[in-house]
Design a protein around this ligand. Structure first.
Ligand code: EPU
Length: 434
């Protein structure tokens, strides 16, 4: 794990960034698609894959199961999962990468068993897997909880069975893994109260293009008719643009850029953020695949209006943009209430933002009130998770003076060469190698 740091010179509230920035492929789209390789009888190919740590971890996880993975070029990969042998998801990687849970469904559906530790990932909350386990039990599997791992299996010679599954909570990765399990199960699987994030729709469309029978992805009810192994026959999955990265660039632009074009994104995936920022006074223009901030210098940050944020499943306000938008709200005028409804520890990062000068009252682990505007001062910060790490970059760029962000492995997990990309729009950010 790298111990590199970022050194950032703040702009003291001035809007000096300018230019164009291109959004990369979505981490949370490619990780499930990589897992889906296990459902195929042939090699699969992916493009527009972000060059990030989590993709490397997922490929290592697949390799440890016995798949062959190859990074063909910086943004393209191929995976051949025909010869998977091990049933055990690597302990160390699964403890660090929550997305490892997505592999459970495909591995179980294809080979009848899977072993894995309680998944880790990050500090944002307890992140239980109860609804995964319930779903696989409904599909006829037995779940054993052993000292250090879970063991799930289907009786010898049997397949997973299609079932009616109601998720008591909408869960992105549970929807993905159970949907993939349904692809190789016997008969029909129905998932009710499914999550409807764009990444799920993208995964379903890809699987359908390769022979899966899935309908309803992107709605609350998904139906899957199980069948044979899928065949890619040379089809290439092109990773959809990362809506969280695009949203973070938009927030950064609102605070620090005069003119900024965010290219290669899907503005429709970000309506809630775009509408909130427009209402607050950010001059935004939206095209089919770009978002522009124009003549933003003419608006003082202090004339942005405060607003409340309640995180919600898609299409509501994404929890993954809660930390970046909170930085925006430290610069807007008035009181903003932030209600993080998805994860219980996802406000912890704010302590460091308070150290930088933000005026924040923390009510409980889910709610806080930000009063703005307040000038921020550069500080030494410890990146706690992927998304809060990017929020620290935004805060450091808004601030007066220099900031150091430690622990940037967390930022590298989700954002490709972020410092080089931000430098092209004028940010003063350097990586200090340890
Ligand atoms: N939950 C349960 N039981 C379960 C599963 C989930 O109680 O069995 C709860 C969670 O604790 C949470 C809520 O359900 O309170 C929703 O979590 P969800 O399962 O949807 O989250 P996830 O699938 O683990 C994905 C993204 C996260 C993103 C969330 C919410 C991936 C690989 N991860 O996680 O992304 O925050 O959905 O949108 O798709 C990130 O990229 O930094 C990140 C954390």
């Amino acid at each position: 794990m790298t111990k590199d740091k970022f050194l950032i010179k703040g702009l003291a509230g001035e809007k000096k960034l300018n230019g164009k920035i291109v959004v990369g492929g979505a981490k949370n789209a490619i990780l499930p698609v990589m897992s889906s390789a296990v459902l195929f009888s042939d090699e699969v190919k992916f493009e527009n894959v972000p060059d990030i740590e989590d993709v490397k971890r997922m490929s290592e996880l697949l390799e440890k199961l016995g798949a062959k993975t190859k990074k063909v070029s910086k943004h393209s990969w191929k995976i051949d999962a025909k010869k998977i042998k091990s049933s055990e998801l690597d302990y160390e990687i699964s403890k660090r990468l929550r997305a490892a849970v997505i592999l459970i469904g495909p591995r179980l559906a294809r080979y009848g068993s899977v072993d894995f530790p309680h998944p880790g990932g990050c500090v944002i909350g307890a992140r239980p897997i109860d609804i995964f386990l319930e779903a696989f039990k409904k599909m006829g599997a037995k779940v054993a909880v052993e000292e250090k791992k879970y063991h799930i299996e289907v009786a010898k010679g049997k397949k997973l069975k299609g079932a009616e599954i109601f998720f008591k909570i909408q869960s992105v990765t549970a929807t993905e893994t159970v949907m993939m399990a349904g692809v190789l199960a016997e008969g029909k699987t129905v998932i009710r109260n499914a999550a409807i994030e764009p990444e799920i729709v993208s995964l379903a469309e890809y699987l359908v293009s390769c022979g899966a029978k899935i309908t309803g992805a992107g709605t609350l009810t998904i139906e899957i008719i199980g069948g044979e192994l899928l065949k890619s026959e040379g089809r290439i999955y092109k990773t959809i643009p990362d809506r969280i990265e695009a949203g973070s660039f938009l927030i950064l632009g609102a605070l620090c850029a005069n003119n900024l074009e965010i290219k290669n994104c899907r503005p429709n995936d970000l309506n809630i953020l775009i509408e909130s920022l427009k209402d607050s006074g950010v001059p935004i223009e939206v095209g089919n695949d770009f978002i522009k901030i124009k003549k933003n210098k003419s608006v003082q940050n202090s004339s942005f209006k405060s607003f409340n944020v309640k995180t919600h499943e898609y299409p509501g306000f994404p929890t993954d943009l809660q930390a970046p938008i909170s930085i925006f709200l430290t610069q807007a005028t008035g009181e903003s209430i932030i209600f993080e409804t998805i994860f219980e520890n996802r406000l912890n990062y704010i302590q460091d933002v308070i150290k930088m000068g933000a005026n924040v009252k923390i009510w409980d682990t889910h709610r806080m009130m930000i009063t703005g505007p307040t000038a921020l001062k550069g500080k030494e910060l410890d990146g706690p998770d992927i998304r809060a790490g990017l929020a620290y970059i935004i805060a450091s760029l808004v601030a007066d003076g220099e900031s150091v962000i430690n622990n940037i492995y967390y930022i590298d997990r989700g954002y490709e060469s972020i410092e080089n990309r931000l430098r092209t729009i004028g940010a003063d950010i350097k990586r200090i190698k340890e």
